[in-house]
Design a protein around this ligand. Sequence first.
Ligand code: ZN
Length: 257
Amino acid sequence: MPEGDAVYRTAARLREALDGRVLTRTDFRVPRHATADLSGRTVITTASYGKHLLTRIEGGLTVHTHLRMDGSWRIMELGRRLPPGDQVRLVLATAEHQAVGLKLGMVDLVRDERQIIGHLGPDLLGEGWDAAEAVSRLRARPERSIGEALLDQRNLSGIGTIYRAETLFLRGVWPWRKVGEIENLDSLVSLAQRLLDANKVHAGTVTTGDRRPGNQTWVYGRAGRPCRRCGTRISRGEMGAQPQERLILWCGNCQPR
Ligand SMILES: [Zn+2]
């Protein structure tokens, strides 16, 4: 599942392909906006906010997309055949390229971006990143587990299951520890920000500093394998209420209860 760093890179690719260009054809393959047509309008830019993509169009419109589980944006040459089936959710074509949104989890067309991002916490990769605000939002519910709180985009935006697991491992925090029991919440939040920031340019998630395949993470993707620090087998579980439960990995020794 794409996290904030992947969404940040996707926004950069969309900017390169679409910024300042006139849309020659648009195709919204979602029921709600099936009749929308933005052709003739210029694309201003695409911004990312947490895991949300905001493509701003002349005339005060924003195309909002979200990759959710396995969505992606592909930049294709004009005339190239689109991927088959129901994968295509949105096409934004210019005289040069077509940006094709595949399996997007959300496609919306809005006039007011606050509808989309107004409730979200600070964007970890945003220019206006505000660590103190993120910490204060987390602290507002001290009884909650830190694992769940870090994924709640209303607290801070951009963390998914990979950065949650890696951040908690690096800080030695058991994922079910209550937010109110964590002393160094500031340093935990700033570590998460640094991990995302370090990965925002290159594809792939590296938290160990070692880009070689198989060496990139401490606990994520390593269930049952020995901890890189202590050799204990990495545990795997799920956090959150059904049907929202999400994967968590941790070392029972490095991250004690
Ligand atoms: Zn360990």
